[in-house]
Design a protein around this ligand. Structure first.
Ligand code: FAD
Length: 358
């Protein structure tokens, strides 16, 4: 697809935050472009569970999710939490940490690569992959964007920028140099295995013992794969924790690995846990994890909701001539209070803030 010289809205990132913004702009008449640095469909390290609130948000705003996006086991019953290695596993339904009305009880097990692309395609925004946002400069009422598409630098003009580019957002770092010095990082690592383990695939297992993780470690299942994850704060090295966690699963949960089929790493931030949000300025809006939206460990609903708020704020700005950030501050407030509620509920249940463990 050829790039035009000018778009009304440039959305950086094709995750749920970008999809939410694009969907809110659907059929508005505004010319929107989503740029994604990876080749689509792209892998996103994530347990890939659509919590009941995500199911409802998607049904209400995007329509019915195609059945072939689900992987087995299709239904996830909730979280099974092990606060320490010695404590018994506690069954916790999603409803304990998932605010919203009229929600189903179960979550859906999905491939993020497929769902995110499907969500983005439910809008009339153009999507260009292997196209990285580098920087912007302002010229009058417009932003001149520097993109790198398959190794080549290009410039496009836009009136609005939506930063939906995840935890280490380049849009955030360009618009707010210095902000990230106050952002704590949680380094996460995962391995996919074939083999056996004596845990039930219909649950998301969360282990919190400090010997295996700096925030929480998880075991989940997709098709024939066992997915093991842990994360630690940036002062620590994640691999030794992962090794201890794997040994714990082998010793106490009968895990036998036949083959390691893939390995991934990702960074989460403590922005949401510390209420250290960064929502943007003027006509640059930061959504999803780029802005610090995260409901504890659940981020799909939060990204969809904040992306939708950004799209609606742009519509309002376009109609009234006011800067989009003013409407976005108002429209995003409900989702920020959902994030805060979940962090408070998690802290009350565990006795500590999982994103700020010593
Ligand atoms: C281990 C783990 C497990 C999780 N499990 C769950 C779960 O089961 N359920 C749940 O609801 N949430 C879960 N989350 C949280 C969830 O994955 C995130 O909150 C959510 O994906 C954030 O969406 P987003 O749209 O803000 O960012 P992302 O989904 O990260 O999308 C950002 C996109 O921007 C692109 N991008 C980045 N920089 C640029 C650039 N410069 N130019 C162009 N494109 C760029 C990236 O390639 C990416 O595709 C989990 C997170 C982790 C780390």
């Amino acid at each position: 697809m050829d790039l035009k010289d000018r778009y009304d809205v440039l959305i950086v990132g094709s995750g749920p935050a970008g999809a939410g913004a694009a969907r809110a702009l659907h059929e508005s008449g505004l010319d929107a472009l989503i740029v994604e640095r990876s080749k689509l469909p792209r892998y996103k390290m994530c347990s890939g569970i659509l919590f009941p609130s995500s199911r409802k948000f998607i049904a209400d705003h995007f329509g019915e999710l195609p059945e072939d996006m689900l992987c087995s086991p299709k239904m996830i019953k909730g979280n099974r939490i092990k606060p320490t290695n010695d404590s018994p596993i506690m069954d916790t339904p999603f409803s304990l940490f998932d605010p919203g009305k009229d929600l189903e009880e179960e979550g859906l097990n999905v491939w993020r690569s497929d769902v995110d692309l499907w969500l983005c395609s439910q809008s009339d925004a153009a999507i260009i992959d292997e196209c990285r946002f580098n920087s912007y400069r302002k010229e009058g009422q417009e932003y001149i964007i520097n993109l790198n598409r398959s190794g080549k630098d290009i410039e496009v003009r836009t009136r609005y920028i939506v930063g939906a580019d995840g935890t280490l957002s380049r849009v955030r770092r360009t618009a707010f140099p210095g902000f990230d010095e106050k952002v704590g990082q949680i380094h996460c690592y995962e391995e996919y295995y074939t083999g056996d383990i004596d845990l039930e695939p219909e649950w998301l297992y969360i282990f919190m013992d400090r010997s295996v993780t700096g925030y929480f470690a998880t075991v989940s299942f997709k098709e024939d794969k066992i997915i093991v994850v842990t994360g630690v704060n940036q002062r620590e090295s994640v691999k030794p924790y992962f090794k201890t966690f794997r040994e714990h699963l082998e010793k106490w949960h009968g895990m036998v690995v036949s083959k390691t089929t893939s390995r991934h790493g990702i960074v989460l931030t403590d922005m949401s846990a510390r209420r250290n949000y960064c929502l943007g300025k003027e006509n640059i809006l930061l959504t999803g994890e780029a802005g610090g939206f995260l409901r504890g460990g659940e981020g799909i609903t939060s990204s969809l909701a904040s992306g939708t708020a950004a799209g609606n704020a742009i519509l309002e700005s376009f109609n009234t001539g006011k800067l989009a950030i003013h409407s976005f501050n108002e429209l995003a407030a409900e989702e920020l209070s959902n994030c805060e509620k979940v962090h408070a509920d998690l802290e009350a249940a565990t006795g500590f803030n999982v994103f700020m463990r010593d």
